[in-house]
Design a protein around this ligand. Structure first.
Ligand code: UD1
Length: 381
Protein backbone atom coordinates (compact mmCIF):
# COMPACT_ATOMS: atom_id res chain seq x y z
CA UNK A 1 0.00 0.00 0.00
CA UNK A 2 1.01 3.62 -0.39
CA UNK A 3 0.58 6.51 2.05
CA UNK A 4 1.32 10.19 1.63
CA UNK A 5 2.53 11.72 4.91
CA UNK A 6 1.98 15.44 5.29
CA UNK A 7 4.31 17.52 7.43
CA UNK A 8 4.73 21.28 7.65
CA UNK A 9 5.21 22.67 11.14
CA UNK A 10 7.81 21.60 13.69
CA UNK A 11 5.56 19.35 15.83
CA UNK A 12 4.41 17.42 12.76
CA UNK A 13 7.92 16.52 11.78
CA UNK A 14 8.39 15.13 15.28
CA UNK A 15 5.12 13.16 15.25
CA UNK A 16 5.67 11.82 11.72
CA UNK A 17 9.07 10.47 12.74
CA UNK A 18 7.45 7.80 14.90
CA UNK A 19 5.35 6.29 12.09
CA UNK A 20 8.13 6.67 9.57
CA UNK A 21 10.46 4.76 11.88
CA UNK A 22 7.85 2.04 12.49
CA UNK A 23 7.40 1.64 8.73
CA UNK A 24 11.13 1.38 8.05
CA UNK A 25 11.68 -1.02 10.94
CA UNK A 26 8.67 -3.33 10.69
CA UNK A 27 6.66 -2.74 7.54
CA UNK A 28 9.15 -1.71 4.84
CA UNK A 29 7.85 -4.33 2.41
CA UNK A 30 4.22 -3.45 3.00
CA UNK A 31 3.96 0.35 3.13
CA UNK A 32 5.49 2.80 0.69
CA UNK A 33 5.65 6.25 2.27
CA UNK A 34 5.78 9.46 0.23
CA UNK A 35 6.56 12.53 2.36
CA UNK A 36 5.19 15.96 1.51
CA UNK A 37 6.45 19.07 3.37
CA UNK A 38 4.23 22.11 2.98
CA UNK A 39 7.09 24.46 3.94
CA UNK A 40 4.97 26.11 6.67
CA UNK A 41 8.09 26.06 8.84
CA UNK A 42 11.17 26.83 6.83
CA UNK A 43 13.95 28.07 9.13
CA UNK A 44 16.63 25.43 9.47
CA UNK A 45 16.15 25.24 13.24
CA UNK A 46 12.36 24.88 12.89
CA UNK A 47 12.41 22.18 10.21
CA UNK A 48 15.54 20.60 8.70
CA UNK A 49 17.24 20.00 12.05
CA UNK A 50 14.29 17.81 13.07
CA UNK A 51 14.32 15.88 9.79
CA UNK A 52 18.03 15.20 10.32
CA UNK A 53 17.94 14.34 14.03
CA UNK A 54 14.81 12.23 13.94
CA UNK A 55 16.00 10.27 10.93
CA UNK A 56 13.04 10.96 8.64
CA UNK A 57 13.77 10.49 4.94
CA UNK A 58 14.10 13.77 3.04
CA UNK A 59 10.64 14.89 1.87
CA UNK A 60 9.77 13.77 -1.67
CA UNK A 61 8.01 17.12 -2.23
CA UNK A 62 8.35 20.55 -0.63
CA UNK A 63 5.66 23.10 -1.43
CA UNK A 64 7.72 25.96 0.08
CA UNK A 65 4.59 27.82 1.19
CA UNK A 66 6.22 29.73 4.08
CA UNK A 67 4.54 32.41 6.19
CA UNK A 68 1.42 34.30 5.14
CA UNK A 69 -2.05 35.07 6.46
CA UNK A 70 -4.05 31.98 7.39
CA UNK A 71 -6.13 32.10 4.20
CA UNK A 72 -3.24 32.64 1.81
CA UNK A 73 -1.07 30.05 3.56
CA UNK A 74 -3.79 27.37 3.70
CA UNK A 75 -5.02 27.99 0.14
CA UNK A 76 -1.50 27.65 -1.27
CA UNK A 77 -1.09 24.37 0.53
CA UNK A 78 -4.44 22.97 -0.68
CA UNK A 79 -3.53 23.66 -4.30
CA UNK A 80 -0.13 21.99 -3.99
CA UNK A 81 -1.36 18.98 -2.00
CA UNK A 82 -4.21 18.29 -4.42
CA UNK A 83 -1.82 18.11 -7.35
CA UNK A 84 0.45 15.65 -5.52
CA UNK A 85 -2.44 13.44 -4.37
CA UNK A 86 -3.81 13.24 -7.91
CA UNK A 87 -0.40 12.14 -9.12
CA UNK A 88 0.54 9.75 -6.29
CA UNK A 89 -2.92 8.18 -5.78
CA UNK A 90 -2.20 6.96 -2.23
CA UNK A 91 -4.38 4.61 -0.19
CA UNK A 92 -4.28 7.16 2.66
CA UNK A 93 -3.17 10.71 3.32
CA UNK A 94 -1.76 10.75 6.86
CA UNK A 95 -2.11 14.09 8.65
CA UNK A 96 -0.91 15.08 12.11
CA UNK A 97 -2.23 17.36 14.82
CA UNK A 98 -3.89 20.70 14.26
CA UNK A 99 -1.89 23.13 12.16
CA UNK A 100 -2.84 24.91 8.97
CA UNK A 101 -0.94 22.16 7.13
CA UNK A 102 -3.25 19.57 8.74
CA UNK A 103 -6.34 21.47 7.64
CA UNK A 104 -5.03 21.96 4.10
CA UNK A 105 -4.38 18.22 3.80
CA UNK A 106 -7.87 17.39 5.07
CA UNK A 107 -9.56 19.74 2.61
CA UNK A 108 -7.48 18.70 -0.39
CA UNK A 109 -7.83 14.95 0.19
CA UNK A 110 -11.51 14.87 1.12
CA UNK A 111 -12.55 16.74 -2.05
CA UNK A 112 -10.91 14.17 -4.29
CA UNK A 113 -11.89 11.20 -2.13
CA UNK A 114 -8.47 10.21 -0.87
CA UNK A 115 -9.09 8.56 2.54
CA UNK A 116 -7.56 10.49 5.44
CA UNK A 117 -5.90 9.10 8.56
CA UNK A 118 -5.71 11.73 11.29
CA UNK A 119 -3.12 11.12 13.98
CA UNK A 120 -3.94 12.97 17.22
CA UNK A 121 -7.68 12.95 16.59
CA UNK A 122 -10.24 14.01 19.19
CA UNK A 123 -8.16 16.55 21.07
CA UNK A 124 -10.16 19.62 22.00
CA UNK A 125 -9.46 22.85 23.86
CA UNK A 126 -13.08 24.03 23.50
CA UNK A 127 -11.71 27.41 22.46
CA UNK A 128 -12.50 28.17 18.82
CA UNK A 129 -10.49 31.38 18.97
CA UNK A 130 -7.46 29.13 18.56
CA UNK A 131 -6.81 28.41 14.88
CA UNK A 132 -5.68 24.95 15.97
CA UNK A 133 -9.09 24.09 17.47
CA UNK A 134 -10.90 24.83 14.22
CA UNK A 135 -8.24 22.99 12.23
CA UNK A 136 -8.52 19.79 14.23
CA UNK A 137 -12.32 19.72 14.33
CA UNK A 138 -12.48 20.06 10.54
CA UNK A 139 -9.72 17.49 10.05
CA UNK A 140 -11.50 14.95 12.28
CA UNK A 141 -14.79 15.37 10.47
CA UNK A 142 -13.19 14.69 7.08
CA UNK A 143 -11.22 11.61 8.19
CA UNK A 144 -11.73 7.89 7.65
CA UNK A 145 -9.35 6.70 10.39
CA UNK A 146 -9.19 8.75 13.59
CA UNK A 147 -6.28 7.80 15.82
CA UNK A 148 -6.73 9.28 19.28
CA UNK A 149 -3.89 9.31 21.81
CA UNK A 150 -6.13 9.37 24.91
CA UNK A 151 -9.56 8.14 26.13
CA UNK A 152 -10.43 11.85 26.56
CA UNK A 153 -9.98 12.27 22.80
CA UNK A 154 -12.30 9.31 22.11
CA UNK A 155 -14.95 10.78 24.43
CA UNK A 156 -14.72 14.16 22.72
CA UNK A 157 -15.38 12.47 19.37
CA UNK A 158 -18.37 10.56 20.74
CA UNK A 159 -19.84 13.85 22.00
CA UNK A 160 -19.54 15.22 18.45
CA UNK A 161 -21.57 12.32 17.10
CA UNK A 162 -18.85 9.85 16.13
CA UNK A 163 -19.76 6.19 16.64
CA UNK A 164 -17.08 4.47 18.70
CA UNK A 165 -18.05 0.94 17.68
CA UNK A 166 -18.05 1.28 13.90
CA UNK A 167 -16.56 -1.78 12.23
CA UNK A 168 -14.64 -1.90 8.92
CA UNK A 169 -14.90 -1.16 6.06
CA UNK A 170 -14.38 2.43 7.17
CA UNK A 171 -15.35 5.48 5.13
CA UNK A 172 -15.59 9.19 5.93
CA UNK A 173 -19.28 8.57 6.71
CA UNK A 174 -18.50 5.49 8.78
CA UNK A 175 -15.08 6.27 10.23
CA UNK A 176 -12.89 4.14 12.47
CA UNK A 177 -12.37 5.63 15.95
CA UNK A 178 -9.22 4.13 17.40
CA UNK A 179 -7.42 4.67 20.69
CA UNK A 180 -3.74 4.13 20.02
CA UNK A 181 -1.58 6.03 22.54
CA UNK A 182 0.67 8.93 21.73
CA UNK A 183 3.29 8.85 18.99
CA UNK A 184 5.19 11.56 20.89
CA UNK A 185 5.56 9.16 23.79
CA UNK A 186 6.97 6.57 21.34
CA UNK A 187 9.55 9.17 20.33
CA UNK A 188 10.48 10.27 23.81
CA UNK A 189 11.18 6.68 24.85
CA UNK A 190 13.16 5.99 21.69
CA UNK A 191 15.25 9.17 21.69
CA UNK A 192 15.95 9.57 25.40
CA UNK A 193 19.12 7.48 25.35
CA UNK A 194 20.23 8.93 22.00
CA UNK A 195 19.83 12.47 23.39
CA UNK A 196 22.00 11.60 26.37
CA UNK A 197 24.74 10.36 24.03
CA UNK A 198 24.53 13.04 21.35
CA UNK A 199 23.37 16.33 22.85
CA UNK A 200 25.86 18.58 24.61
CA UNK A 201 23.34 21.31 25.42
CA UNK A 202 23.71 21.09 29.20
CA UNK A 203 27.45 21.53 28.88
CA UNK A 204 27.10 24.30 26.29
CA UNK A 205 24.70 26.23 28.50
CA UNK A 206 26.62 25.51 31.68
CA UNK A 207 23.67 23.68 33.20
CA UNK A 208 25.26 20.40 34.21
CA UNK A 209 24.31 19.51 37.80
CA UNK A 210 22.64 22.88 38.13
CA UNK A 211 18.93 23.51 38.77
CA UNK A 212 17.15 25.37 35.99
CA UNK A 213 13.68 26.11 34.64
CA UNK A 214 12.59 25.61 31.04
CA UNK A 215 10.05 27.77 29.19
CA UNK A 216 8.51 28.02 25.73
CA UNK A 217 6.09 30.73 24.54
CA UNK A 218 4.81 30.81 20.98
CA UNK A 219 0.96 30.84 20.82
CA UNK A 220 -0.22 33.80 18.81
CA UNK A 221 -2.58 34.98 21.55
CA UNK A 222 0.39 35.20 23.93
CA UNK A 223 2.93 36.69 21.54
CA UNK A 224 0.59 39.10 19.75
CA UNK A 225 -1.28 40.48 22.77
CA UNK A 226 1.09 42.81 24.68
CA UNK A 227 -0.85 42.53 27.94
CA UNK A 228 -0.44 38.75 27.99
CA UNK A 229 3.18 38.77 26.90
CA UNK A 230 4.06 41.35 29.57
CA UNK A 231 2.34 39.36 32.32
CA UNK A 232 4.21 36.20 31.38
CA UNK A 233 7.60 37.90 31.24
CA UNK A 234 7.00 39.84 34.45
CA UNK A 235 6.41 36.49 36.13
CA UNK A 236 9.59 35.03 34.58
CA UNK A 237 11.56 38.05 35.78
CA UNK A 238 10.23 37.81 39.31
CA UNK A 239 10.66 34.04 39.65
CA UNK A 240 14.27 34.06 38.41
CA UNK A 241 15.31 37.19 40.34
CA UNK A 242 13.99 35.73 43.59
CA UNK A 243 15.18 32.15 43.18
CA UNK A 244 18.42 32.92 41.31
CA UNK A 245 17.62 29.84 39.26
CA UNK A 246 18.18 30.27 35.51
CA UNK A 247 15.27 29.96 33.12
CA UNK A 248 16.11 28.71 29.63
CA UNK A 249 13.74 29.92 26.94
CA UNK A 250 14.29 28.61 23.40
CA UNK A 251 12.58 31.29 21.34
CA UNK A 252 10.19 30.49 18.51
CA UNK A 253 10.88 32.92 15.61
CA UNK A 254 7.45 34.54 16.08
CA UNK A 255 8.26 35.32 19.74
CA UNK A 256 11.75 36.51 18.89
CA UNK A 257 10.30 39.00 16.42
CA UNK A 258 7.65 40.34 18.82
CA UNK A 259 9.45 40.49 22.15
CA UNK A 260 10.98 43.94 21.80
CA UNK A 261 7.88 45.32 20.09
CA UNK A 262 5.29 44.03 22.56
CA UNK A 263 7.06 44.18 25.94
CA UNK A 264 7.01 47.54 27.77
CA UNK A 265 10.44 49.06 27.27
CA UNK A 266 11.22 48.98 31.01
CA UNK A 267 10.40 45.26 31.20
CA UNK A 268 12.31 44.52 27.99
CA UNK A 269 15.31 46.24 29.58
CA UNK A 270 14.95 44.24 32.80
CA UNK A 271 14.67 40.96 30.89
CA UNK A 272 17.69 41.80 28.74
CA UNK A 273 19.75 42.59 31.86
CA UNK A 274 18.53 39.62 33.91
CA UNK A 275 21.42 37.13 33.93
CA UNK A 276 19.02 34.34 34.94
CA UNK A 277 16.81 34.61 31.84
CA UNK A 278 18.52 32.88 28.95
CA UNK A 279 16.87 33.59 25.62
CA UNK A 280 18.27 31.06 23.17
CA UNK A 281 17.46 29.97 19.58
CA UNK A 282 14.87 27.19 19.06
CA UNK A 283 16.27 23.95 20.48
CA UNK A 284 16.73 20.84 18.36
CA UNK A 285 14.72 17.74 19.34
CA UNK A 286 17.57 16.01 21.15
CA UNK A 287 18.53 19.23 22.95
CA UNK A 288 14.92 19.77 24.00
CA UNK A 289 14.70 16.25 25.43
CA UNK A 290 17.73 16.86 27.61
CA UNK A 291 16.40 20.23 28.76
CA UNK A 292 13.03 18.68 29.63
CA UNK A 293 14.61 15.73 31.38
CA UNK A 294 16.95 17.79 33.52
CA UNK A 295 14.96 20.91 34.37
CA UNK A 296 13.00 21.42 37.59
CA UNK A 297 9.87 22.91 36.15
CA UNK A 298 8.41 23.75 32.73
CA UNK A 299 6.45 26.88 31.75
CA UNK A 300 4.79 26.47 28.36
CA UNK A 301 1.93 27.30 26.03
CA UNK A 302 2.83 24.38 23.74
CA UNK A 303 0.76 21.20 23.73
CA UNK A 304 3.72 19.00 22.90
CA UNK A 305 6.00 20.43 25.57
CA UNK A 306 3.31 19.91 28.25
CA UNK A 307 3.27 16.23 27.38
CA UNK A 308 7.02 15.82 27.10
CA UNK A 309 7.39 17.45 30.53
CA UNK A 310 5.02 14.76 31.84
CA UNK A 311 6.88 11.93 30.05
CA UNK A 312 10.06 13.04 31.82
CA UNK A 313 8.40 13.48 35.22
CA UNK A 314 8.41 17.27 35.32
CA UNK A 315 5.52 19.52 36.37
CA UNK A 316 4.20 22.02 33.82
CA UNK A 317 2.76 25.50 34.26
CA UNK A 318 0.41 25.93 31.32
CA UNK A 319 0.36 29.51 30.02
CA UNK A 320 -3.07 29.19 28.41
CA UNK A 321 -6.67 29.40 29.53
CA UNK A 322 -7.25 25.69 28.91
CA UNK A 323 -5.49 22.54 27.80
CA UNK A 324 -6.29 19.62 25.51
CA UNK A 325 -4.22 17.38 27.80
CA UNK A 326 -6.52 17.60 30.79
CA UNK A 327 -5.32 14.29 32.26
CA UNK A 328 -2.02 16.01 33.14
CA UNK A 329 -3.92 18.61 35.16
CA UNK A 330 -6.18 15.97 36.76
CA UNK A 331 -3.06 14.09 37.80
CA UNK A 332 -1.85 17.25 39.58
CA UNK A 333 1.23 17.54 37.36
CA UNK A 334 0.07 20.56 35.37
CA UNK A 335 -1.57 23.83 36.41
CA UNK A 336 -3.43 26.03 33.95
CA UNK A 337 -2.49 29.61 34.86
CA UNK A 338 -3.41 31.44 31.66
CA UNK A 339 -1.29 34.59 31.18
CA UNK A 340 -1.87 35.96 34.69
CA UNK A 341 1.24 36.88 36.62
CA UNK A 342 -0.13 36.04 40.06
CA UNK A 343 -1.39 32.63 38.90
CA UNK A 344 2.00 31.83 37.40
CA UNK A 345 3.86 32.84 40.59
CA UNK A 346 1.45 30.86 42.75
CA UNK A 347 1.75 27.74 40.56
CA UNK A 348 5.55 27.98 40.67
CA UNK A 349 5.45 28.18 44.48
CA UNK A 350 3.05 25.21 44.59
CA UNK A 351 5.33 22.98 42.51
CA UNK A 352 8.42 24.06 44.42
CA UNK A 353 6.78 22.94 47.64
CA UNK A 354 5.15 19.75 46.35
CA UNK A 355 7.58 18.48 43.69
CA UNK A 356 8.58 15.38 45.65
CA UNK A 357 5.01 14.10 46.04
CA UNK A 358 4.03 14.29 42.34
CA UNK A 359 3.29 11.02 40.54
CA UNK A 360 3.50 10.51 36.77
CA UNK A 361 1.76 7.21 35.88
CA UNK A 362 1.75 6.30 32.16
CA UNK A 363 -1.25 8.02 30.55
CA UNK A 364 -0.12 8.09 26.94
CA UNK A 365 0.13 4.45 25.87
CA UNK A 366 3.01 2.00 25.89
CA UNK A 367 5.37 3.47 23.30
CA UNK A 368 3.90 1.41 20.44
CA UNK A 369 1.34 3.83 19.04
CA UNK A 370 3.06 4.09 15.66
CA UNK A 371 3.21 0.32 15.15
CA UNK A 372 -0.53 0.10 15.87
CA UNK A 373 -1.19 2.91 13.36
CA UNK A 374 0.88 1.20 10.66
CA UNK A 375 -0.88 -2.14 11.21
CA UNK A 376 -4.28 -0.45 11.06
CA UNK A 377 -3.40 1.35 7.82
CA UNK A 378 -2.35 -1.96 6.24
CA UNK A 379 -5.50 -3.76 7.39
CA UNK A 380 -7.71 -1.02 5.97
CA UNK A 381 -6.02 -0.39 2.63
C1 UD1 B 1 2.27 26.72 14.03
C2 UD1 B 1 0.93 26.06 14.34
C3 UD1 B 1 0.87 25.71 15.83
C4 UD1 B 1 2.09 24.93 16.28
C5 UD1 B 1 3.34 25.71 15.89
C6 UD1 B 1 4.60 24.99 16.31
C7 UD1 B 1 -0.92 26.86 12.92
C8 UD1 B 1 -2.15 27.68 12.88
N1 UD1 B 1 -0.19 26.93 14.05
O1 UD1 B 1 2.27 27.98 14.71
O2 UD1 B 1 -0.27 24.95 16.08
O3 UD1 B 1 2.05 24.76 17.68
O4 UD1 B 1 3.33 25.91 14.48
O5 UD1 B 1 5.72 25.77 16.12
O6 UD1 B 1 -0.63 26.16 11.98
N2 UD1 B 1 8.33 31.73 11.41
C9 UD1 B 1 9.63 31.90 11.00
N3 UD1 B 1 10.31 30.79 10.57
C10 UD1 B 1 9.75 29.56 10.54
C11 UD1 B 1 8.42 29.42 10.95
C12 UD1 B 1 7.72 30.50 11.38
O7 UD1 B 1 10.20 32.98 11.02
O8 UD1 B 1 10.43 28.59 10.17
C13 UD1 B 1 7.58 32.92 11.89
C14 UD1 B 1 6.96 33.74 10.81
O9 UD1 B 1 7.07 35.08 11.17
C15 UD1 B 1 5.50 33.33 10.86
C16 UD1 B 1 5.31 33.04 12.35
O10 UD1 B 1 6.57 32.51 12.76
O11 UD1 B 1 4.66 34.34 10.40
C17 UD1 B 1 4.24 32.07 12.60
O12 UD1 B 1 4.41 30.86 11.86
P1 UD1 B 1 3.14 29.93 11.52
O13 UD1 B 1 3.58 28.68 10.92
O14 UD1 B 1 2.10 30.70 10.82
O15 UD1 B 1 2.52 29.60 12.93
P2 UD1 B 1 3.25 29.14 14.26
O16 UD1 B 1 3.10 30.25 15.23
O17 UD1 B 1 4.61 28.59 14.04
Amino acid sequence: MKIVTLIGARPQIIKAAALSRAIRTHFAGQIKEVIVHTGQHYDNNMSQVFIDELGIPEPDYNLNIGSASHGVQTAGMITGIEEILLKEKPDFLVIYGDTNSTLAGAVAASKIHVPIAHVEAGLRSFNKHMPEEVNRIMADHASTLLFSPTPTGINNLIKEGFEKNNLPPYTPDHPGILHCGDVMYDNSLYFEQIAREKSDILKRFNLENQPFYLATVHRDNNTDQPERLNAIFEAFHEITSESKIPLVLPLHPRTAKLLEKNLHSALYEKISNNPFIRLVPPASFLDMILLEKNCQLVFTDSGGVQKEAYFFGKPAIILRSETEWKEIVEQGCGIVTDAFKENILQAARHFKKNAASLKFPPLFGDGNAAVFIAETLIKNS
